[in-house]
Design a protein around this ligand. Structure first.
Ligand SMILES: O=C(O)C(=O)C[C@H](O)[C@H](O)COP(=O)(O)O
Length: 209
């Protein structure tokens, strides 16, 4: 289960909460100019589908849907141009719908049991969520020792100065987080500062394995 994954070239996934789809274009430009041309648009706001569509239509970003809780949301995300789906937990219905339509899916897991369930469903790359609150790097090392073929995308509570410790672990495909797209900056349209946080994140990445 270690084939190429759509997130392969992207070691950091900005997790975005947008309340105004009209600002999606500016946000996309900030991410791209800051060197992180990828976004997980969380389905926590009514603006998410339109924001996702706007970002996907730019063509220079890899855009996915986050906080996907139902198969219907998988279909909406697909229609809006999402290239991957992320869930906070493991829903067999969400996973199966993604598999039916060929959508890469990252179900959230934080226990060995959930990882085993993901494997039973044929998923070999999972989100580790909420990473910091669930024991961070130490917990992930312990879990991944039992699942040498599983790859992880730790997300939740990670910051610019803690991302590298995860990325240094071979089973970590990428890390996700909102630290470079803080809600206040996004709401206030402070795109230069978002771009600067992205660039700072890129500058602090450890060398690629
Ligand atoms: O619900 C989902 O599917 C999510 O993607 C949740 C996000 O991963 C976290 O909310 C991001 O965590 P922070 O970096 O701590 O803000």
């Amino acid at each position: 289960m270690t084939g190429a994954h759509v997130l392969e070239p992207h070691r950091v996934v900005p997790v975005v909460v947008l309340h105004d789809a009209g600002s999606a274009g500016d946000l996309g430009a900030a991410l791209a100019s800051g060197g992180l041309p990828v976004a997980e648009v969380t389905f926590r706001t009514a603006a998410a589908p339109d924001a996702l569509r706007t970002l996907a239509e730019r063509g220079d970003l890899l855009v996915g849907a986050g906080t996907v809780l139902t198969p219907d949301q998988v279909d909406i995300a697909h229609d809006c141009g999402a290239r991957f789906v992320v869930s906070p937990g493991l829903s067999a219905d969400v996973v199966r719908r993604c598999q039916e339509i060929g959508m890469p899916v990252l179900p959230g897991t934080s226990t060995a049991t959930e990882i085993m369930r993901a494997l039973e469903l044929g998923v070999g790359t999972v989100k580790f969520f909420p990473a910091e609150q669930c024991g961070g790097v130490g917990m992930l090392k312990a879990l991944s020792a039992a699942f040498p073929d599983v790859r992880f995308v730790p997300t939740g509570g990670i910051a610019a100065d803690s991302a590298a410790a995860y990325l240094d672990l071979p089973p970590v495909l990428a890390v996700g987080g909102s630290w470079m797209v803080p809600p206040d900056l996004v709401r206030q349209g402070r795109w230069d500062e978002v771009a600067a946080l992205c660039a700072e994140t890129v500058a602090r990445l450890p060398p690629s394995p």
